[in-house]
Design a protein around this ligand. Structure first.
Ligand code: EPZ
Length: 429
């Protein structure tokens, strides 16, 4: 089980290349099930979740080819993956695979739309919450699916195929929007999805579906109009940059007081996050494909943040901004409105000397003059990277256990931070 050792106190200076977005790559790969032709995806990040999903897709009968080694600069732009689900040979997604990565539950929509029947294991809960799927099932029910829950599986059938209808989501759900969009793309007639998620990753998937022949209007808004088509064809699409990785490294630069340029990213998808960074006293300079983050010596100002669906402050940056605020000059408040249990990092940050008190869905973070390194444990993907951020500014050595959480969502984290001067090392036992 790998661990990561960090000796804090170094400023981060230099450049970091941002990878393709995990939360776009996963649904884009799943979209390959919607066509018998080849879907080519570029800028795919090298992540454990991507590797696992490739295995799941091959279980359904998809062939996968990856381009070979490329020149250094091209290689910095992730992998190119060619996925061809010429025939779906197995419409079941088993528990032992789905339980390892929740997003694999998203094969439900495409398999039902293309094969008119499927059996997918319920994903179960995880560290940050119970993670229900009622909105996914409501959406497919609206498109004419017959749905049964049996033995921990969703069994869905649509004899004669799905039929377009109006879907009104009572709350914003990224996964349920992906599922409804992919299913509606092959349904007969028109589907209107109201209160759809507007996350950039959802838009990226919609853009790719349109390249594959889907007819989708309103991309980027909360109302999508989809005219179903007989079949979708192959396409080539490049995964958009990872805004969560971008925000994570921006916070790391602000935490250490350094000067870091994030390359191959987009500032226009992080407005509410960048507002919070500026409010905290961190300098942010944006070009069309890079962000320069600096904090030259001045202290960090406390801020008040509330997570919201896009374009609000991203819940996937909540743990990271909390780590930053542990060193602010005053008390910050962070309210988590998306997930019911996304404060698992609080106890671990406290082991490094942070002073955080929880009041229901709100954390009060009282800035402290110093953090001190310790043994800490990761509980989920974003909580683990918040511990890395805190460790970079802690005195002494921090050992982070259960590093596999990090590898699920951050490509070559210790390499990227090490190149900017962090004293960070992966220890493989
Ligand atoms: C996606 O999860 C992301 N995962 C999450 O990132 C992200 O935190 C989340 O969206 C919110 O932005 C991927 O894209 C792979 P939701 P998802 O459905 O789709 C409730 C990471 O770290 N809900 O938008 O599962 C749900 O419980 C991960 O990369 C229902 O009640 O999130 C939550 O409270 C973590 N019923 C809220 O909606 C449903 O049927 C938003 O969840 C579905 C969701």
């Amino acid at each position: 089980m790998d661990r990561i050792r960090i000796r804090g106190g170094n400023k981060l200076n230099g450049t970091i290349q941002i990878s393709g977005a995990k939360n776009a790559a996963l649904p884009l790969m799943i979209a390959s099930l919607l066509t018998s032709e080849t879907l080519t995806l570029k800028n795919v990040p090298r992540l454990a979740d991507v590797t696992l999903l490739l295995r799941i897709l091959r279980n359904h009968g998809a062939d996968m080819k990856m381009d070979g080694k490329r020149t250094r600069t091209a290689a910095m732009n992730g992998e190119t993956v060619h996925l061809t689900a010429a025939e779906i040979v197995d419409t079941e997604a088993p528990y032992e695979l789905v339980s390892r990565m929740r997003a694999s539950f998203w094969v439900l929509g495409p398999l039902l739309a293309r094969c008119h029947e499927t059996r997918v294991s319920l994903p179960g809960g995880c560290a940050i919450g119970t993670r229900p799927v009622d909105l996914y099932l409501m959406a497919l029910d609206r498109l004419g699916a017959e749905i049964e829950l049996e033995g921990g599986y969703v069994i869905a059938r649509a004899k004669g195929g799905l039929v377009g209808d109006r879907i009104v989501f009572p709350k914003v759900s990224v996964g349920a929007t992906h599922t409804a969009m992919m299913a509606a793309a092959l349904a007969r007639g028109e589907t209107v999805i109201e209160n759809a998620a507007r996350e950039p990753e959802v838009c990226d998937v919609a853009d790719c579906l349109v390249k594959m022949g889907a007819q989708i209007e309103g991309i980027g808004s909360s109302t999508l109009h989809i005219q179903g088509v007989e079949r979708l064809h192959g396409a080539t699409h490049s995964v958009l940059p990872d805004r969560i990785e971008t925000g994570t490294y921006a916070i790391a630069a602000g935490m250490t007081g350094g000067d870091v340029t994030l390359c191959g990213t987009r500032a226009d998808q992080l407005d509410s996050f960048l507002d919070a960074m500026r409010e905290a006293g961190i300098s942010v300079e944006a070009t069309d494909d890079s962000l320069r983050i600096r904090r030259n010596g001045n202290g960090l100002r406390p801020i008040s943040v509330e997570t919201q669906p896009y374009p609000g402050f991203p819940t996937d940056l909540q743990a990271q901004i909390m780590a930053l605020m542990t060193k602010a000059d005053g008390v910050s408040t962070i309210r988590e409105t998306i997930f019911e249990n996304r404060f698992m990092h609080v106890q671990e940050l406290a082991r490094l000397g942070a002073e955080i008190s929880l009041h229901g869905d709100t954390a009060h973070v009282k800035g402290v003059p110093r953090l001190v390194g310790a043994q800490v444990m990761a509980t989920d993907l974003r909580a683990s990277v918040s511990l890395v951020i805190a460790a970079l500014a802690a005195e002494g050595e921090t050992m982070l256990n259960r590093v596999y959480h990090l590898d699920r969502g951050f490509e070559a984290l210790e390499v990227k931070l090490g190149r900017c001067g962090a004293d960070i090392e992966r220890i493989s036992d």
